[in-house]
Design a protein around this ligand. Structure first.
Ligand code: HGY
Ligand code: MN
Ligand code: MN
Length: 400
């Protein structure tokens, strides 16, 4: 087992949490390319340097701490959702840093570290690692905009002269990511460790209905072409029609809605909303897409709306590497006998993209109450340390 230092690990986790602390609970606010995101990346680059790694920013702003020669790459992301938890992503980055420096101190296997940029998808879906692994074609990057219409290149300009070339993935023997589960399974079953079997696939696109903006007092209901009513009708129909396609593990979300002009006394003429769906089966994702497009077209037709679909982003479902999973399972049994399980990931992770380039695996620790993407996200520190120890055991085994 690599002799990791739990105190140093926890101290760095809390130091990172302080960069962009929301002031509500342990929450953080560090969306991609904001000042706090960049400050956190600069802090990480300095910690990587202090650990004897070579810091490097790639063209997207993902920050690497590179070991000399071939190495195992470990990490996650340090950007957050608009209302982020202190552990989503940050846990994997700091755990990677601790394993890398402890291994170097002990003359153990070479480990490099990465914090990918915009995993939380301010501009897309796991944007930084998707760009590096080719999931997101480079020519599409300039077209990406956030919900406020700011383009990725505009926002990325804040990183100034930090950005360097792409890192050559061939120097890495594999990718290992620790992450909070962000769901209820471990919390409800009393499990302490999850060894991830596979990560679901995702599809995400913006849909726009345009009707007729009008006076909320003088426009009879029968004459209205109300964009909110179109969204409401679409949502009712799609929930009914999905019943024949989905399983209890399938999820779909309308997370962002922009109504124009969003005023009490105006019949809304325009609505733009995000439609996101996830499942472990590619065919089911395709069937859901067909239903979404058909239903939106039917609503537009029957309610006198114009309809536009934004470009669709997605990542395919992916299985984790069996050899790395076996090392994690043995390490979990040593560290937390009988308190671990194999399990799927309903959340997307950078490991989804990394699995296209190299063997990839993930380890979960519990989320209290199964809550994440919320300021109240939290995990018992004893479970954080248990996860770190499992990584330390598994990496020694993998590189042994
Ligand atoms: O949405 C996700 O699954 C990830 O947490 N960004
Ligand atoms: Mn995450
Ligand atoms: Mn997240």
């Amino acid at each position: 087992m690599i002799p990791v230092n739990p105190e140093r690990f926890l101290n760095d986790l809390h130091a990172l949490r302080a960069i962009g602390a929301s002031g509500v609970g342990k929450g953080v606010v560090r969306p991609a390319y904001t000042a706090k995101d960049i400050e956190a990346r600069d802090w990480l680059a300095a910690r990587m340097q202090a650990a004897g790694l070579t810091p490097h920013f790639d063209p997207m702003g993902s920050v690497f701490g590179l070991a000399d020669g071939p190495s195992l790459l470990m990490g996650s992301h340090s950007d957050t959702q608009p209302e982020g938890g202190w552990l989503d992503g940050a846990l994997g980055v700091i755990a990677a840093l601790e394993v890398a420096r402890a291994s170097k101190e002990a003359g153990g296997p070479a480990v490099s570290v990465v914090s990918f940029e915009d995993e939380e998808g301010r501009f897309g879906v796991t944007t930084g690692s998707a760009a590096w692994t080719g999931v997101l074609p480079e020519e599409k990057i300039a077209d990406l905009v956030d919900p406020k219409g700011i383009s990725l290149p505009e926002a990325r300009a804040a990183m100034g002269g930090r950005l360097g070339d792409w890192v050559d993935p061939k120097q890495f023997t594999g990718f290992l990511e620790m992450h909070i589960e962000q769901g209820p399974l471990l919390d409800q079953t009393g499990g302490r460790i999850g060894v991830v079997e596979a990560i679901v696939g995702i599809r995400d696109m913006v849909i726009r209905f345009e009707g007729q903006q009008n006076h909320a007092g003088t426009t009879p209901m029968a004459l209205r072409r109300d964009a909110f009513q179109a969204l409401a009708r679409f949502n009712t129909l799609i929930n009914e029609r999905f019943r024949n396609v989905v399983t209890p593990a399938t999820v779909w979300t309308v997370g962002h809605v922009s109504l124009h002009p969003n005023a009490h006394s105006v019949v809304p003429g325009k609505v733009s909303f995000s439609m996101q769906w996830r499942d472990g089966d590619v065919e089911r994702l395709k069937r859901m897409e067909a239903l979404i497009r058909e239903t939106a077209e039917e609503v537009a037709e029957t309610m006198g709306m114009t309809l536009a679909f934004g470009s669709m982003l997605g990542v395919e479902p992916v299985a984790m590497d069996p050899t790395m999973r076996a090392a994690l399972a043995m390490a979990a049994e040593e560290e937390a006998p009988g308190q671990w399980r194999h399990m799927p990931s309903g959340a997307l992770h950078d490991a989804s993209n990394m699995a296209r380039l190299m063997p990839a695996a993930m380890l979960f620790v519990p989320s209290i109450g199964g809550v994440s993407h919320d300021f109240s996200e939290d995990t018992d520190e004893a479970d954080l340390v248990a996860g770190l120890n499992v990584l330390a055991r598994a990496v020694a085994r993998m590189q042994g």
